[in-house]
Design a protein around this ligand. Structure first.
Ligand code: 13P
Length: 259
């Protein structure tokens, strides 16, 4: 049984003060929750404050990106060892907004993934097709390519911490959530590709989350699909009651399935 994950990608929102105020309200709402993992990815300038605020709780904190090298003349970048030095233990890699606006390539995602694993970080690798690729019948090709590049030369014995987030670009921030059957199809393609690269065991253990317009109202329907191991939430994670409702509505469904 794969332990579900609900992750919050705060993107470029919330100062340190706003982040800590969020956690002050949010942590008590979820403190009894142990059946799923909760991770929050704040912007870099709020990361140290969030790590401090979640210390000793059931919530983890991670960075939204990082460089693959440990140091060097790379203005604006943060390295894996720098994240580790502030006790950051999770990192998002290859989010479509990084691929689109920061021109992050599949090779870079692979270098970052290797660096994250070497540093002992829990990496969440984001993949997903654009509307144009889906409409051209290229969803499978895109997902297989992104996964195979990301996992290039990763050893099966090192792969356990990796989490995949399937985020169709057309569903991000649009209010048009993908249908559970569309997501399940995509997750099966991803899992098959992982199995081809890392073997069946690693593939069956790896958590694959869905992201794109997840809300308190649609999470239960999504989590009822056995292929969906959780969600990566953007807009609806910015309010503490909204994120807590997503967690609350996600839980009973997976509990019922595991019984
Ligand atoms: P929304 O939930 O706002 O659609 O964002 C999804 C996302 O990009 C999470 O990484």
């Amino acid at each position: 049984m794969r332990k579900p994950v609900i992750a919050a990608n705060w993107k470029m929102y919330k100062t340190p003060t706003e982040s800590v105020a969020f956690l002050h309200e949010f942590l008590p709402l979820v403190k009894a929750c142990c059946d799923l993992e909760i991770a929050i990815y704040p912007t870099m300038s709020s990361l140290a404050s969030v790590i401090e605020a979640v210390k000793g709780t059931n919530v983890s904190a991670g960075a939204q990106t990082m460089h693959w090298l440990n140091e060097g003349p790379y203005t604006g970048q943060t390295s894996p060892t720098m994240l580790a030095s502030i006790n950051c233990d999770h990192v998002l890699l290859g989010h479509s907004e990084r691929r689109i606006y920061a021109h992050e390539t599949d090779d870079m995602v692979n270098w970052k993934l290797k660096a994250a694993l070497a540093q002992g970080l829990v990496p969440m690798v984001c993949v997903g097709e654009t509307a144009e690729k889906r409409d051209s019948g290229l969803t499978e090709a895109v997902l297989r390519w992104q996964i195979s590049c990301a996992l290039n030369s990763i050893r099966p014995q090192d792969a356990a911490p990796i989490i995949i987030a399937y985020e169709p670009v057309w569903a991000i921030g649009t209010g048009s959530v993908a249908r559970p059957d569309q997501i399940a199809d995509a997750h099966r393609i991803i899992r098959r590709e992982i199995a081809g690269r890392l073997g069946k065991h690693a593939a069956s253990e790896m958590r694959i989350l869905y992201g794109g317009s997840v809300k308190p109202e649609n999470i239960a329907r999504l989590m009822a699909e056995p292929e969906i191991d959780g969600a990566l939430v953007g807009g609806a994670s910015l309010d503490p009651h909204s994120l807590a409702s997503i967690i609350e509505n996600a839980l009973p469904v997976k509990r019922a399935i595991s019984l």
